[in-house]
Design a protein. Structure first.
Length: 553
């Protein structure tokens, strides 16, 4: 079947006074101004949970709150006692009827990294002591990382840890299956692969020798684990930066993984992927790719989307589809073949809709600025100069401009039926810590895909003009004074755009926690889904917050 590619150019409709969503504000929560929202977590029917962090002076407090969907107020707020020293929260998940706060603690003297947890019950009882999930020996905390994912029924969690004992050791990866209901480890399986997430500095440089390693994983209710990764192409030339993406299946009853090469062009680098399962129990994996190698005599960069359908039992590839963005799509994205080399792409959602799927991701650029000040004095200055360091150097700023949300429909045959985009122009800055923030919410409804985000007020005027061009849009830096908007993408790929409310007092703040110690995972959300065509989002005014019910019509 010939694919029909629809883009924003020619099919952006400004809804105007035709309201497509309804809002109902919840009560003012009256929270402590030092309590920073980190993420919102789906609970059982009728409730959800919030994870907050209170930082004031030298103290840090971790809080779990239970919220009622009917009234949008707080049922309880409890402190989870987590050691502050040498500790970092890894993830917060709702599993087996409880909220689990997983955290890692490093003992430098013993050279042991431990993954622990505390739980909060549905009635607000906090577990009396820390419980250990696992520990691994390593002589530096940077030689180990953890990633967690739960199954569909939220009863078990798969833990991936990639680590090595010391600098000269070789990385290996353990997958651990943890039963959250019984609170015990069921099994541990080892694969001799480098499945560590990319070096943070890699997010803005395609010349790094690091691979992206681990791309993502999924745990199903049969205790099978599916994971994707990049391997550096085995070439004699160490400067050859080509990679091979692959998926592996680690079945419940086996210790040997089934490997499935994706056979993408090795010049295409995959950043990350999203997994889902279709009604035929096949694995659907999709994401963005980008050409990272300059071709002789051709200063071009290919960008596109891909998806595979993989038999969840045998590992055979049932179908695949690849779509390279053509000039029409690049124009809609305010890009071109030359500028595309500076764009980055991140997949955020793969949303099932019957037998179809929607791949949703963001396009962004990142600029790195070096911060400098007066030179250090005395011994520090001498040491810096002797070591070859710049005595003026203070650190780096990472300036991100998020430019568009891209939605691609994957039909039941696994083909890309259309690709649309919704313009977004938001800027964020982080210091000494590159981090891609999700600047929008994407949710499925019975009427189409809805996107919610903040936008410069002048952009709404431009989008309504017949001579609209993407280059006319302004970038939003400050939330106050912007518009909270939504784009409805219909099932045939058309984009309808309108204003929800003006950010004057209570604002939608997509980044709730900027402290580099407590940055939430990139997949963390500050919204949850309610009943059909309903979501709940968090808004704040000078650190005071309230929840808002949004109904999509």
């Amino acid at each position: 079947m010939k694919n029909s590619i629809l883009t924003l150019i020619g099919c952006l409709i400004f809804i105007g006074s035709f309201a497509q969503v309804k809002f109902k504000d919840g009560p003012d929560l009256g929270n402590n101004p030092d309590d920073h929202m980190n993420r919102i977590i789906q609970g059982d029917k009728g409730v959800f949970y919030s994870y907050r962090i209170r930082t004031k002076g030298k103290g840090t407090v971790f809080l779990i709150e239970k919220n009622d969907q009917a009234t949008l107020d707080v049922k309880f707020s409890v402190i989870v006692p987590i050691p502050e020293e040498k500790t970092k929260v890894v993830d917060v998940l709702y599993l087996g009827g409880k909220v689990y706060v997983f955290f890692r603690t490093y003992d430098k003297e013993a050279q042991i990294m431990t993954l622990n947890y505390r739980t909060v019950s549905s009635d607000g009882k906090v577990s009396a002591t820390d419980a250990e999930v696992l520990n691994r020996k390593t002589d530096h905390y940077e030689y180990i990382d953890f990633d967690l994912t739960s199954n569909q029924s939220r009863t078990k969690v798969a833990i991936k840890t990639t680590f090595k004992a010391n600098k000269d050791d070789v990385y290996k990866t353990d997958f651990i299956l943890f039963d959250a209901v019984a609170q015990k480890t069921e099994w541990t399986k080892t694969v001799n692969k480098y499945l560590k997430k990319s070096n943070p500095w890699f997010v803005y440089s395609f010349t790094s020798s690091e691979t992206t390693g681990f791309l993502g994983f999924l745990l199903n209710d049969n205790n099978d684990i599916y994971y994707a990764y990049n391997d550096k192409a085995k070439k004699e030339d160490k400067k050859d930066l080509r990679y091979n993406a692959a998926v592996e299946i680690l079945k419940e009853g086996s210790t040997n993984a089934i490997s499935i090469p994706l056979d993408l062009n090795p010049e295409y680098l995959v950043y990350d992927v999203m997994f889902s399962m279709n009604k035929q129990n096949n694995i659907v994996i999709a994401g963005f790719f980008k050409d990272v190698v300059e071709r002789k005599g051709r200063d071009l960069v290919d960008v596109g989307v891909f998806n595979y359908r993989i038999n969840s039992t045998s590992g055979s590839v049932e179908g695949k589809s690849i779509k390279i963005f053509d000039e029409k799509i690049l124009t809609a994205l305010e890009s071109n073949q030359k500028r595309a080399r500076y764009m980055n792409y991140k997949v955020d959602y793969i949303i099932p809709n019957g037998d179809d799927f929607y791949l949703v991701g963001e396009q962004y650029t990142v600029t790195v600025q070096t911060r400098q000040s007066n030179p250090m004095s005395g011994v520090q200055n001498i040491i810096a100069i002797a070591s070859g360091a710049n005595p003026f150097y203070v650190g780096k700023n990472f300036i991100y401009e998020y430019m568009d949300v891209i939605v691609a429909k994957i039909n039941s045959q696994g083909q890309f039926e259309w690709i649309s985009n919704s313009p977004l122009r938001n800027q964020t800055v982080t210091s000494d810590n590159p981090h891609v923030f999700k600047q929008y919410i994407a949710v499925n409804s019975t009427k189409g895909i809805y996107l919610f985000y903040n936008e410069h007020r002048k952009n709404s005027e431009r989008l309504a003009q017949p001579d609209f061009e993407p280059k006319d849009l302004k970038t939003q830096v400050y939330i106050h004074g912007s518009n909270f908007v939504y784009s409805k993408i219909t099932f045939d790929g058309k984009v309808k755009h309108d204003i929800a409310f003006v950010n004057e007092t209570y604002c939608f703040a997509p980044i709730q926690e900027r402290n580099i110690q407590f940055l939430p995972p990139q997949e963390a959300e500050i919204f949850i889904e309610g009943s059909v065509d309903e979501i709940f989002v968090y808004t704040e005014d000078k650190a005071n917050g309230r929840f808002v019910r949004i109904n999509m019509e």
